[in-house]
Design a protein around this ligand. Sequence first.
Ligand SMILES: Nc1ncnc2c1ncn2[C@@H]1O[C@H](COP(=O)(O)OP(=O)(O)OP(=O)(O)O)[C@@H](O)[C@H]1O
Ligand SMILES: [Mg+2]
Length: 257
Amino acid sequence: MKTNEILTVNNIRKSFGSNLVLNDISLTVSKGEALAVIGPSGSGKSTLLRCINQFETIDSGEILVDGEPMVTTNSDNAPVYADKAALRKIRLKIGLVFQNFNLFPHYSVLRNLTEAPVSVLNIPKGDAEAIAYGLLDKMGLSEKAEAFPYQLSGGQQQRVSIARAMALSPEILFFDEPTSALDPELTGEVLKIIRSLADEKMTMVIVTHEMAFARDVADSVIFMDSGVVVERGSPEEVFGSAREERTRQFLERYTRG
Ligand SMILES: Nc1ncnc2c1ncn2[C@@H]1O[C@H](COP(=O)(O)OP(=O)(O)OP(=O)(O)O)[C@@H](O)[C@H]1O
Ligand SMILES: [Mg+2]
């Protein structure tokens, strides 16, 4: 294994009943890389993220995070998950930003950012607050520490949820369509933050329908369709001269709207 590989996914399969949603998916993410995942609705993008983030179990295959096996497959082709302590350790290396923000509605912005660091990582409250204020400053939300989520715009809420994920200092950050619940004018402010994280070489996997953004920010792009990785390449390759007909058709349909 290459030492700079933070995420390794080998041949994972996942079905819901008779619906084979992930059909032999393999991919790697290196430290500092921004990987964009594009593909039609229902192609399995969210399921892939949910499997890596331990919200779903896989049927077979392997997932390694930072070289540590999260799940492997035995000789009967059944998944074998790491023990609870190892899974917890792995979970702490991963952050996930959802489409619909998922902030704690009854906590202030500040508490949303400090809750997990204090209760999960046992970071002293004062230290966690100092980190939180630093992140809010970076997100352009210094004024909003005492506000509650319902008092914020969607774009602000999404920036809080990015800050909340960052507060746990993840090794890798996943985004599942972070702007698709936002009006176009609020989308830009969130994309700007993600772009600044990419500039700082934060390792990220970004599922997105924002093709111009993916082209601009990603180091590489994966096109998924029907539970398979159809192709992977640089943004120039995938958007400019895709190898696979399916990719070209998707992008053509996309740009036509
Ligand atoms: N919990 C579940 N139970 C049953 N089927 C599911 C579940 N979650 C997802 N699916 C099915 O798995 C397939 C892939 O869904 P998924 O949400 O991963 O697609 P997606 O690529 O994220 O699509 P979108 O772009 O619309 O978000 C779909 O057919 C969906 O209906
Ligand atoms: Mg999805």
